[in-house]
Design a protein around this ligand. Structure first.
Ligand code: SF4
Ligand code: SF4
Length: 226
C-alpha cells in the first residue's frame, strides 16, 4: 500500500494563491486507507477551502487515481466542473497525481506527501514512479516527478547531457525527464515555475515520521499478517 500524509494547509494554500476555482480529487485506494484522500477528507478540504474564500467547482473520489484509463473514464462525467476550475487539488499519492495529471489538461497540485510506496503500487502498474521523498515537488514540475523521470534525480532543471529531448543515458529509449517537464509546463502556461529555485531536499523526510510509524497501518505494512 502507498502511504501518504497530507501537506500542511499553509503549503496547500500557497499552491492555490491567485486561483479562485478549485476541483477536488480524492482516491478510494491507498489514500482512503491512509485517511488522506477518501470521501471524508475531500469533504473536510472542501469546507476548509471554502472558508478560505475558494469556490469548489466540484469534488470526485474515484478508485485508483494511479490508473490513467480508469481515471479518465470516471472523470468524463465531471468534465464541465473540471473545465470551470483554475486547477485541480489531488488528495492522493505521488503516483496518483502523476498518472491522472497526465490525462487532464489542467494545473494539478499535490495535497499530499508520499512517505512509502510499500509493497505494492496501487491497482495498476503504469510508468509513473515515486521515490517516496516525503516532500512532493509535483506542484512545481507540472505533475512529473523529477526524482524519477530524470535519471539523475535533478530537481532544478536538466544536466548538460540532454540532447534532442533524450537523456544522455540510453538516448535511444529514454526521454529526458526535464524535457518532459518543460513541455508539460509549457502546455499549462506555467513556464515561470522554472524560474523558481527548489531548495535542496531534506532527505530526512524520506523516513516516515513518528506519527506514521506509530499507526496500525504502518505496522501492518511492515509485518506479515497471519
Ligand atoms: S516529488 Fe516525486 S518522489 Fe517526491 S513524493 Fe512527489 S512523486 Fe514521490
Ligand atoms: S539528460 Fe535529462 S533525464 Fe538525463 S540525467 Fe540529464 S536532465 Fe536528467
Amino acid at each position: 500500500m502507498i502511504i501518504s500524509q497530507q501537506k500542511p494547509i499553509e503549503e496547500i494554500l500557497g499552491y492555490l494563491e491567485g486561483e479562485s476555482n478549485i476541483f477536488l480529487l480524492g482516491c478510494k485506494g491507498c489514500a482512503e486507507a491512509c485517511e488522506t484522500g477518501g470521501e471524508k477528507q475531500v469533504l473536510q478540504m472542501k469546507e476548509t477551502l471554502t472558508k478560505e474564500g475558494k469556490n469548489i467547482t466540484g469534488t470526485c473520489v474515484i478508485d485508483f487515481l494511479c490508473d490513467k484509463a480508469l481515471a479518465k473514464t470516471r472523470l468524463f462525467a465531471h468534465e464541465g466542473k473540471i473545465g470551470k476550475a483554475d486547477s485541480i487539488l489531488f488528495m492522493t499519492c505521488g503516483i496518483g497525481v502523476q498518472a491522472t495529471s497526465a490525462v487532464l489538461p489542467k494545473v494539478c497540485h499535490p495535497a499530499c506527501n508520499t512517505i512509502s510506496v510499500g509493497g505494492a503500487r496501487g491497482e495498476w502498474r503504469g510508468e509513473e514512479r515515486c521515490n517516496e521523498c516525503g516532500d512532493c515537488l509535483l506542484d512545481m514540475t507540472g505533475g512529473i516527478c523529477p526524482l524519477t523521470a530524470c535519471t539523475k534525480g535533478l530537481i532544478n532543471g536538466p544536466c548538460g547531457g540532454s540532447k534532442d529531448g533524450k537523456c544522455e543515458f540510453e538516448p535511444d529509449v529514454r526521454d529526458c525527464g526535464w524535457m518532459l517537464i518543460y513541455e508539460r509546463l509549457k502546455k499549462l502556461n506555467k513556464l515561470d515555475n522554472l524560474k523558481k529555485i527548489i531548495e535542496p531536499k531534506d532527505y530526512a523526510k524520506m523516513n516516515p515520521p513518528k506519527d506514521i510509524r506509530s499507526t496500525i497501518m504502518w505496522s501492518l505494512e511492515q509485518k506479515q499478517v497471519n
